[in-house]
Design a protein around this ligand. Structure first.
Ligand SMILES: Cc1cc2nc3c(=O)[nH]c(=O)nc-3n(C[C@H](O)[C@H](O)[C@H](O)COP(=O)(O)OP(=O)(O)OC[C@H]3O[C@@H](n4cnc5c(N)ncnc54)[C@H](O)[C@@H]3O)c2cc1C
Length: 525
């Protein structure tokens, strides 16, 4: 392999694999041994295992991302997408965030654009659903849940209120379970600030197509988690599929129908579709074919790892590949960087081998489930294990310090319950007042961030048309694209010590008369 001059390494994607590979290469490469370019649409790497805690307000969202330009000094960072790769020509086509696409020449390719949500052609899913893979989605869901509580607490129509307080999660892997459990925990806590709302007024539903949740842990631990969730009043529907979500009307294949104001899709991931726009070999699932040395199979100067790659799992039988997890991604990045360096220096390379250690999942404050090397932990010890493990893994001392500061504050103060949903479209209010034609009649005041369709004089009639429009949407969910930019200053971490949240009362125990929600027809709790 002769490159003539210092080879140019192009890294596609600045997530787990991309960032850790670049970091290690930068540390170990001598001065002019090679140059590195990282192409990534975000200016940061997202530590995804902390997204549920960010959504629940236990962590400041900015503390769960790592700024690439800060940690990858000496690398060129291009903010944009790689849209095509011709490895034969050693050329990548890049669409920057601004301006025209351009071609970039390279010598060595590290391709790691990760995965995207694996969706199904369910009517209404694209319009109603949101995923849970990015900081923007975590922030958005936090705002969404709190804004639904705000809206429901002020709504007079029972159906509108019921819809706003119904939260549907589809998919029972660790991302879905953690997101559901953390958000429910936050909403339950928030209910104590709403005299007109009790936790029992909310309906949280998990729909899972298979017969179990958390496939990453043993069936016994999955069952334990189901029981924990059900004990909290969360309805877990196993062996059930969603047939339709049109206009937020949920139709399940067991015949049940209900309306949901929030639909979160966490039913697994698939390899990034951009891989199909390369001349590299893919397997039947659309993953890059890789060797155990983390090279693209049969292709010179091309390396891969992480969610997008079918890496042989040497700890298992013939044909097994490593699953999509941060645990593998981080270790593969390390091996990939070492092998790439070794190849540059004409030294031997080594295969990647790691037996899956297990999983830790947080189910809300002080609640969790963990199974590490066969050791099973539940409740508080599992939650502590989750925090300790991820604190040790989150990159950079700077991030670790900030995360610890967030958690420490949470010991003394309860979390914020403010929805800053208008951050998704902060110009909406200004647009409204600056557009003469849409100036509202006296007395019509739309909330900032409200869709233009229900703004202005026509608002009243439009608002009658659907239940959702009748609820002021501080965040414009559903239907707003998930890719809203991360808003500045999402609620700071939890204030004051966690108080016991009110349990659903059987009735009559409250001294003050309080308007109650109408009975739910579903009988979930
Ligand atoms: C909510 C959640 C919780 C999780 N919790 C855990 C956990 O507890 N334990 C665990 O082991 N795993 C966990 N995971 C999984 C883990 O985060 C992933 O397996 C890991 O991020 C995969 O790393 P990666 O580098 O392959 O992909 P990513 O980290 O997703 O990085 C891919 C990067 O490529 C970029 N990109 C995409 N397309 C392009 C393009 N065309 N051009 C340039 N760049 C592009 C993306 O913006 C992204 O930054 C969790 C995932 C989620 C969503």
């Amino acid at each position: 392999m002769g490159y003539g001059q210092a080879p140019h390494i192009l890294i596609v994607g600045g997530g787990y694999v991309g960032m850790y590979t670049a970091l290690r290469l930068r540390r170990k490469l001598h001065g002019d041994e090679a140059t590195i370019t990282v192409v990534e649409p975000n200016s940061y790497m997202t530590y995804q295992p902390f997204l549920p805690e960010a959504a629940a307000g236990n962590l400041e969202p900015r503390h769960v991302v790592v700024p690439l330009r800060k940690v990858l000094k000496g690398c060129r960072i291009i903010s944009g997408h790689v849209v095509m790769v011709s490895h034969e020509q050693r050329t990548a086509s890049i669409q920057p965030l601004l301006g025209d696409a351009f071609d970039l020449k390279y010598d060595i390719l590290v391709i790691c654009p990760g995965s995207v949500a694996r969706t199904l052609p369910i009517p209404g899913l694209a319009e109603q659903g949101i995923g849970f893979k990015s900081a923007a989605e975590a922030i958005y869901l936090r705002n969404q849940v709190i804004s639904r509580l705000d809206a429901a607490a002020s709504a007079t129509d029972a159906a509108v209120r019921r819809r706003a307080l119904t939260f549907l999660f589809i998919g029972g892997g660790y991302a879905g379970i953690e997101a559901l459990a953390e958000l429910e925990d936050m909403a339950r806590d928030a209910c104590s600030y709403y005299p007109d709302l009790a936790p029992a007024d909310m309906r949280w539903v998990l729909v899972e197509a298979t017969g179990r949740i958390l496939p990453e842990v043993s069936p016994a631990m999955g069952l334990y988690t189901v029981k924990q969730l059900e004990h909290r009043g969360i309805q877990v529907k196993l062996n059930t599929r969603v047939e339709s979500l049109l206009d937020g009307n949920v139709v399940l294949d067991d015949g049940e129908r209900f309306e949901a104001g929030t639909v979160v899709w966490t039913a697994g991931v698939k390899p990034n579709p951009m891989l199909a726009r390369t001349d590299l070999p893919l397997d039947e699932r659309g993953r890059l074919r890789a060797t155990a040395f983390l090279q693209v199979d049969g292709v010179a100067d091309a390396w891969t790892a992480g969610d997008c790659a079918a890496v042989p799992d040497l700890t298992k039988g013939e044909g097994a590949t490593t699953g999509p997890s941060a645990q593998h991604a981080v270790r593969q990045a390390r091996r990939l960087a070492e092998n790439l360096l070794a190849e540059l220096r004409h030294e031997p390379i080594r295969p990647y081998e790691h037996s899956y250690a297990g999983s830790v999942a947080s189910l809300g404050l002080h609640k969790g489930v963990a199974e590490i090397y066969g050791v099973r932990l539940r409740g508080w010890p599992a939650w502590l294990m989750h925090r300790t493990y991820h604190l040790s893994r989150v990159p950079t001392v700077n991030r670790k310090a900030r995360v610890v500061a967030d958690w420490t504050l949470a010991l003394f103060f309860r979390r914020e319950i403010v929805s800053l949903g208008s951050f998704a479209d902060p110009r909406a209010e200004f647009r409204r007042v600056a557009t003469p034609a849409s100036a509202p009649a006296a007395g019509t005041h739309a909330a900032p961030g409200m869709p233009a369709a229900v703004d202005g004089p026509a608002a009243d009639s439009a608002a009658d048309s659907t239940a959702d429009k009748a609820v002021p949407a501080a965040s414009t969910f559903p239907g707003t694209p998930a890719a809203a930019p991360a808003p500045p200053g999402t609620p700071a971490p939890p204030p004051r010590r966690q108080r016991r949240t009110r349990r659903p009362r059987s009735g009559g125990a409250d001294r003050r008369p309080r308007p109650r929600a109408p009975p739910r027809p579903h009988g979930g709790r």
